[in-house]
Design a protein. Structure first.
Ligand code: NAD
Ligand code: WQD
Length: 344
């Protein structure tokens, strides 16, 4: 079976994707510098699939080390490039860190691909490229809006770098996947999201509040133009998201792509408000999430959810997990983390 390089494979979405790749028989090589992840994730993956993936602690920004890595692992068929810095607020404080990490990592890979005869790359993009869309649900041909943060800008620039580069060689193919809001964890609760410090994203804050690590959740605004006044997002189970990467890789390897770059939204097509997330989480897990309404968070989008029709029809992929199951998996993961912390 083909060998796939997964950069950032020790991270949240990467680790779930490694599991799905291994499940269908792909051989996986992870490159990760562990800047936002823990080596323990390899044991989690091994517990689920029975296979410990090859792992290299390398910074994708380091061209020479990446070149050596490609020499070591011959015949890589495709790259899935997750490795990036992703904290929106931090990117405002440290823009150059974000531009350097996210742009140089991608440029190195694109430069090394022809040298090592690799034609295929899947890139992790984000619904953040749409800003506040004029039309909902948002389709792939919606206009790209001015980025609200250096992080968001890196995703836009990376998409452009890919489009400018891929057509220079007729063998190259790229699939750009624009994720909506990934949440939840593997049903085994062996792997999940490991937020660093105080979480910025909603779900880890919800689970940490429910378990008592945080006193209460701040809901950022209830005066938006939405049915209950809180913001709306398209929350997608991370395992559904991971499976789309397997399909994307198979599509490239089977030469079924229709153009040198294809771009897909990965969302459920359902919008859920912050208050609905809290209410459903409490209901399905039988726990309370103390919260209070506070001011809006600067830079927040009021409402966004995907039109996933293109991915449904062309990739044959659909998000299948219910929001209830997704929120149950997030809680099971938090409970597992608490067990581990107790055992230490
Ligand atoms: P994550 O931080 O959990 O995973 C990223 C992994 O990449 C981490 O393990 C980190 O250690 C590694 N990494 C970072 N820079 C590296 C470098 N220079 N060299 C090697 N490894 C490096 O993040 P995630 O949530 O799994 O996100 C994966 C990708 O998806 C990122 O590109 C992110 O921008 C994108 N994305 C994430 C979301 C989200 O909400 N989680 C939404 C849209 C897009
Ligand atoms: C979701 C909703 C908040 C925390 C960010 C990035 C985006 C993408 C995904 C990568 C919003 C509300 C949150 C809290 C709250 N990442 N919220 N209290 O803002 O959709 O997107 O992550 O590409 O680029 O910007 O996700 O999880 O931060 O917020 O009320 O403590 O939850 O206002 O409405 P967001 P999020």
């Amino acid at each position: 079976m083909a060998k796939i390089l997964v950069t950032g494979g020790a991270g949240y979405i990467g680790s779930h994707t490694v599991v799905e790749l291994q499940k269908v028989g792909f051989e996986v090589v992870i490159v990760d510098n562990l800047s936002n992840s823990n080596i323990e994730v390899l044991s989690g993956i091994e517990k689920i699939t029975g296979i410990r993936p090859a792992f290299e602690n390398i910074d994708c920004v380091d061209y020479v080390s990446m070149d050596r890595m490609f020499d070591k692992y011959q015949n890589i068929s495709a790259i899935i490039h997750f490795a990036a810095s992703k904290a929106v607020g931090e990117s405002v404080e440290k823009p150059l860190l974000y531009y350097r990490n996210n742009l140089v990592s991608l440029i190195n890979l694109l430069q090394l691909m022809p040298i090592h005869k690799i034609n295929n790359i899947v890139f992790s993009s984000s619904c953040t490229v749409y800003g506040q869309p004029d039309i909902l649900p948002v389709t792939e041909d919606a206009p790209i809006k001015t980025a609200l943060s250096p992080y968001g800008n890196t995703k836009q620039i990376c998409e452009e770098i890919i489009c400018d580069t891929i057509h220079t060689n007729p063998c190259y193919k790229s699939i750009i996947l624009r994720y909506f809001n990934p949440i939840g964890a593997h049903p085994s609760a062996e792997i999940g999201e490991l937020p660093n410090g105080v979480p910025n994203n909603l779900l880890p804050f919800v689970t940490q509040t429910a378990i008592g690590l945080r006193k209460q959740l701040n809901v950022f605004g209830n005066d938006y133009d939405t049915p209950d006044g809180s913001c709306i997002r398209d929350y997608i189970h991370v395992v559904d998201l991971a499976k789309a990467h397997v399909i994307a890789v198979q599509r490239m390897l089977n030469q079924r792509t229709k153009s040198d770059v294809e771009t897909f939204n990965l969302g459920t097509g359902r919008g859920l408000s912050v208050l609905e997330v809290i209410e459903t989480f409490e209901k399905v897990n039988g726990v309370k999430v103390p919260y209070r309404i506070v001011d809006r968070r600067e830079g927040d989008i009021e409402k966004v959810w995907a039109d996933p029709t293109y991915a449904n029809e062309v990739l044959g992929w659909t998000a299948v997990e219910t929001v209830e199951e997704t929120l149950r998996s997030a809680w099971a993961w938090e409970l597992n983390l608490a067990e581990r912390a107790k055992a230490e």
